[in-house]
Design a protein around this ligand. Structure first.
Ligand code: KG4
Ligand code: ZN
Length: 377
């Protein structure tokens, strides 16, 4: 069964064709990054307008790349929540119209459940054998889920593709948001996660010691928190600025100096190195916060398999730290399926449609995550 999946919850306009919930026949992701980068964050009004302009072309390209026409699509799936309302409505309405015009089955899906499903997909470009755990697509339930994106951070028990029990979530900011905000304040670039991941590779993760939240008491054993870390890293910015400015200021303070001193280049080099150290130290702490709660959940539940999903699951340090864990089996989607894409929507859409589930065409979008079959225990 060939499902067309449409994703437009944030700033990626994406469509894909997936066969039988596994095999990706095409996946097109049109990113709006350049339009939002100047604002250092997603501007909802720009995002929804771009989706409106691009959605037809993106869907057409996905069908062309899959080598099928609209008449060969057997079902439609689209993200209905969570996300930016104006953006969600574009993809959802397009999918509903497509399904209605061709009398096809349609399902509205939860974006976060779709992120969790991404590791079950097999790419159109075969991955190197070494990077695909033998049965990545077949991991048996139950397992622990680690859902980490720009808007959500969730540790959960997963009993089926649509049956998760949230064990812990963030009490303030999401982990991806912390990456984005730190990057914004330091002027590292946008989007923050990928930029910090790269910058951190040349930095010393032990150069700065940032605080870890104290969350291990009582009912909060798997809770997460990022606002304290974010604030501590941003407070460090003043000293960072002083270092950048100090050598040049000292030279200019001397009235004999009339030209830009060589030390300016030196100051920039110091700032570059210190920026990398801050990125690496922040990233190490951000991952440590996730791992502490995740390991507690693994110990308490006895679940030894962890499946990750969401944009932050692309983080190389997180992947490396989990790969070191001998007693745990950690499954990640390939990096291009960690961020938002249509393939995960088509993939999970197939699971619902093939068991007979349908959404009414009156279904609408929602900003809230909701819709998990099971929530807090
Ligand atoms: O899943 P996603 O594409 O969109 C949402 O559903 O939010 O996740 C986007 C988030 C952003 O916060 C971005 O900075 C972060 O994922 N991200 C990363 C990396 N790549 C993307 N965070 C850390 N390391 C990365 N390599
Ligand atoms: Zn996402």
């Amino acid at each position: 069964m060939k499902i067309l999946g449409i994703e437009s919850s944030c700033d990626e306009c994406a469509a894909a064709v997936v066969e039988d919930g596994r095999r990706i026949l095409s996946s097109v992701v049109a990113t709006q990054i350049p339009f939002h980068a100047v604002y250092n964050g997603v501007v909802p009004e720009i995002a929804s307008r771009k989706h409106t302009e691009w959605i037809y072309g993106v869907v057409k390209e996905a069908l062309d790349k899959a080598g099928i026409g609209p008449d060969e699509v057997e079902g439609l799936a689209a993200t209905a929540h969570p996300g930016l309302l104006g953006s969600l409505l574009v993809g959802l309405s397009f999918a509903k119209a497509f399904a209605w015009a061709r009398s096809l089955p349609f399902i509205a899906v939860n974006h976060m459940l779709a992120h969790l499903y991404a590791s079950r997909l097999l790419g159109d470009n075969p991955e190197p054998a070494s990077s695909v755990p033998a049965n990545r697509a077949e991991v048996p339930y139950p397992f622990l889920g680690l859902l980490v994106s720009g808007g959500h951070s969730i540790i959960c028990r997963v009993d089926d593709f649509d049956d998760i029990t949230v064990l812990g979530t963030t009490i303030d900011d999401a982990v991806g948001e912390a990456f984005d905000k730190v990057s914004k304040y330091y002027g590292f670039g946008y989007p923050g996660g990928a930029v910090i991941d790269k910058l951190a590779q040349s930095g010393n993760p032990d150069a700065f010691r940032f605080p870890l939240p104290k969350l291990d008491k009582g009912g909060n054993r798997y809770a997460l928190s990022y606002s304290g870390l974010k604030t501590a890293v941003i407070n460090q910015l003043e000293q960072f600025r002083c270092k950048l400015a100090a050598p040049a200021c000292l030279e200019f303070g001397n009235s004999a100096v009339t030209e830009l001193p060589n030390s300016t280049a030196g100051a920039i080099e110091i700032a570059r190195r210190e920026g990398a150290d801050i990125a690496a130290s922040f990233q190490k702490t951000a991952v440590e916060i996730l791992l502490r709660s995740l390991f507690r959940a693994a110990e308490d539940t006895g679940l030894k398999t962890i499946v990750a999903g969401g944009g932050v699951a692309a983080n190389s340090y997180l992947r490396a730290r989990l790969a070191e864990q001998r007693e745990l089996r950690c499954i990640f989607p390939p990096p291009d399926l960690c961020g938002d894409n249509g393939a995960m929507i088509a993939g999970i859409g197939y699971r619902y449609l093939s068991r007979g589930d349908r959404s009414p065409l009156s279904v609408t979008a929602s900003a809230r995550v909701g819709g998990f079959r099971r929530r807090y225990p």
